[in-house]
Design a protein around this ligand. Structure first.
Ligand SMILES: Cc1cc2nc3c(=O)[nH]c(=O)nc-3n(C[C@H](O)[C@H](O)[C@H](O)COP(=O)(O)OP(=O)(O)OC[C@H]3O[C@@H](n4cnc5c(N)ncnc54)[C@H](O)[C@@H]3O)c2cc1C
Length: 411
């Protein structure tokens, strides 16, 4: 769908941003019978970097299936579900588990698929659900009044909407325009994250492997996770490391050869260095309850536990439900309350997810002597006491409980 200036038409809902969260929000709005327009800053033929969100939880697959029948299955079939996980401490295996094959009649417990593929599947679903997609439409100004929102894009086009979903990512212009700030902290260590293409002639076993203190990389932690078509390798730098030492072309080759194998050193397709932000928007809606923030416009978490995109998709579904309620409410008070309920429950979920990811980061960092001792003791007794190995295997991803949002989903 090409650009169409729409200042005279009033839209019930406009979504800003065609990332995975904006596209899911649009599908959720369509599933409630609402017309929806998505404004995306970038062109339709853009390339998106790296695997990023590979781990898609089963709850997310079920949610996508419910808002667009067939979508959860398409995602599951596009990805892979590894069944074996292993954890090592200083090169010695302390835990291994292989799950039985998932039941073929039900969606799998998770799927591992590069984010670029997820976005392509979501985009096709949006097209088939008659979502209007407007590319090259960078939103620059957002004016909110008691009865609606006017958006202006860089091309000078104006869009009027009853409600706006701000899904424009970490540097959200929508969030900035309505004066909402981000609050939180940043991880101390750097992490170097690398994608490696699978060698089809000599594939590796499809297993998720976590190494505490890998002996071949100076006792740094390393996570190896397969996805459809490749591997994610994630190295935790020490606090006093220069991350470039591990992110430079030669540096990457060295540690990939040492952890995955020589033959993978030349198969690196993406390298990225992070200090993870752990931040939440001060509010998920504006004063006038017309703008709803979702996904990375509302929160940023360290990726351990795979909460970013997964919880963003839940935000999007909750925002769509709130907008539908507000549009069909008997009066303004009820409409405002629908949006406020969304903002409060999803911010609570965001706080839960941020704290859960913080627990994972603390565990990985093991900065104090008590934390290091606990890890060493667990590694010692894991040979005879399985729960110790289970804890070592689970702890890098944080707790697995549900946020206090009243939502049936886990994120
Ligand atoms: C290394 C790494 C690993 C990760 N692993 C996982 C994982 O396993 N599972 C998981 O759930 N999450 C994971 N995440 C997080 C996940 O990648 C993000 O949560 C996800 O991309 C957020 O999606 P989004 O749609 O909110 O934002 P984005 O993907 O950033 O999309 C925002 C969109 O808005 C557009 N835009 C920006 N500004 C404007 C504007 N002014 N006007 C119009 N459009 C605009 C952008 O072009 C973009 O298309 C990971 C992240 C990283 C970095």
């Amino acid at each position: 769908v090409g650009n169409s200036a729409n200042s005279s038409t009033r839209h019930p809902a406009v979504v800003v941003g065609a990332g995975p969260v904006g596209l899911s929000s649009a599908l959720a709005l369509r599933s409630l019978g609402l017309p929806v327009t998505v404004l995306e800053a970038e062109p339709a033929d853009r390339g998106r970097p790296g695997s990023r969100a590979i781990y898609v939880h089963g709850t997310t697959l079920r949610l996508l299936e419910s808002i667009h029948p067939g979508l959860g299955w398409q995602m599951a079939e596009g990805g892979i579900s590894w069944r074996t996980k292993r954890t090592y401490v200083r090169g010695r295996e302390v835990f291994a588990r292989t799950y039985p094959p998932p039941r073929t009649a039900a969606l799998p417990p998770f799927t591992s698929i590069p984010q670029v593929q997820t976005e392509s599947i979501l985009l096709d679903a949006c097209k088939s659900a008659d979502v209007e997609l407007v590319w090259d439409a960078r939103v620059e100004t957002v004016k909110v009044t008691a009865d609606g929102v006017t958006l202006a894009t860089s091309s000078g086009d104006e869009w009027r909407a009853d409600y706006v979903v701000g899904a424009d990512g970490a540097r959200s212009a929508v969030r900035g325009a309505v004066g909402i700030t981000m609050e939180g902290s940043r991880s101390v260590n750097h992490y170097v994250i690398v994608d490696v293409a699978e060698d089809p002639g000599d594939p590796m076993p499809v297993e998720r492997v976590f190494h505490y203190e890998h002996p071949a990389v100076g006792r740094r932690n390393v996570l190896l996770a397969p996805f459809a078509g490749g591997w994610r390798a994630d190295l935790q730098c020490r606090e006093d490391d220069d991350p470039e030492q591990f992110a430079s072309p030669d540096g990457v080759k060295r540690w990939i050869a040492a952890t995955i194998g020589e033959r993978y050193a030349d198969r690196v397709t993406w390298v990225s260095t992070y200090q993870f932000l752990q931040v939440l928007a001060s509010s998920y809606t504006d004063q006038l309850r017309r703008v709803l923030l979702v996904g990375e416009a509302a929160h940023l978490f360290a990726p351990f536990g795979a909460r970013g995109m997964n919880s963003g998709i839940v935000d999007g579904e909750a925002a769509a439900t709130a907008i539908h309620r507000a549009l069909t409410a008997d009066d303004d008070r009820a409409a405002r309350r629908a949006v406020e309920d969304f903002a409060v429950t999803r911010r609570e979920a965001g706080a839960y997810n941020r704290d859960a990811a913080a627990q994972a980061l603390d565990h990985l960092r093991a900065s104090g002597p008590a934390a290091r001792l606990k890890r060493r003791l667990a590694a010692e007794i894991a040979r005879v006491y399985t729960p110790a190995g289970e804890w070592l295997d689970r702890a890098p991803y944080g707790p697995t409980g549900a946020p206090p949002s009243g939502s049936p989903t886990r994120y």
